[in-house]
Design a protein around this ligand. Structure first.
Ligand SMILES: Cc1cc2nc3c(=O)[nH]c(=O)nc-3n(C[C@H](O)[C@H](O)[C@H](O)COP(=O)(O)OP(=O)(O)OC[C@H]3O[C@@H](n4cnc5c(N)ncnc54)[C@H](O)[C@@H]3O)c2cc1C
Length: 247
């Protein structure tokens, strides 16, 4: 008979958006562990291996097939919204949107680059999270389009954990992750799971890396049952705006 955790994960769909150039990397090992554990739990797992796919990172008019509305003053957000409505986005974007639509959980696996995701992964966010498909003015934050989905960051650093503390040289990691976790995931409505951070795998002994991967495997057993992080609900923004109008 299935355990409670198996029932929780079985039949769930997981999309792993993965950005590393090397199959010998620690990130590759973390991605492989996720595929193995989640598949064994009964999940359907898809991987978007961005470098292997040579995923286009730049948001340009070439993301639209056929004519754009205003070629002289091309506005990416407005034009791609129209193209999404008309089914005129390029096949690479449409395919990622299909994967995202089907997914219950999206894991972004990457090495931290300049305090954020590598450019190729940022390009995935810029191009796949199209206005209309991923958010609208009315449907965002706690009322966002993906409010029934979960998303999380899983990444490696070059820095030690102490460097990303409130008093450390890099400052608080929560502040670093705010643009991604609040500005992108929560904005699109995702329930955001706590990040999985592999601190400085290049600078620790082999056994410590094994321990980190084991910790990740253990966490994945109950990943979809975890409580998401708390963010400010959209009602607060609406309340603040009505107070401003009254003043
Ligand atoms: C452009 C750029 C910007 C950067 N900006 C930042 C930044 O802002 N902040 C920051 O902290 N860092 C930064 N870094 C550093 C970067 O985040 C790290 O180099 C990266 O996270 C290390 O992860 P990796 O997967 O590439 O490690 P790898 O070097 O691939 O792996 C680390 C070690 O793990 C080993 N390994 C692989 N598989 C396994 C396995 N199955 N079991 C055990 N060990 C295994 C590898 O052999 C290797 O010895 C930056 C790097 C670059 C290139």
């Amino acid at each position: 008979m299935c355990s409670h955790l198996n029932l929780d994960l079985a039949s769930k769909k997981v999309l792993i958006v993965y950005a590393h150039q090397s199959s010998g990397s620690f990130n590759s090992a973390a991605k492989d562990a996720a595929v193995e554990v989640l598949t064994a739990k009964g999940c359907t797992v898809e991987v978007s291996d961005l470098y292997a796919m040579k995923f286009k990172a730049t948001a340009t008019s070439e993301d639209i097939t056929g004519k754009v509305k205003n070629a002289d003053h091309f506005c990416y957000g407005e034009e791609t919204k129209l193209a999404w409505e008309a089914g005129k986005l390029t096949a690479d974007i449409t395919e990622e949107q299909r994967k995202l639509t089907e997914a219950d959980l999206v894991i972004f696996q990457f090495p931290m680059y300049w305090f954020t995701v590598p450019a190729i992964m940022k390009g995935w966010m810029d191009r796949v999270l199209t206005l209309g498909f991923a958010f609208t003015h009315e449907k965002r934050y706690s009322q966002g389009i993906f409010k029934d989905k979960k998303a999380m960051l899983s990444f490696t650093t070059g820095s030690q954990e102490s460097m990303f503390s409130a008093n450390g040289i890099n400052g608080d990691m929560n502040v670093t992750l705010w643009p991604l976790q609040n500005g992108i995931f929560h904005y699109c409505g995702f329930q955001v799971l706590a990040p999985q951070i592999f601190w400085a795998p290049s600078h620790v002994p082999s056994e410590a890396r094994g321990t980190m991967l084991e910790g990740w495997r253990t966490r994945m057993q109950g990943l979809l049952g975890e409580n998401p992080l708390a963010f400010t609900p959209l009602d607060c923004l609406n309340d603040m705006m009505s107070i401003k109008l009254l003043l």
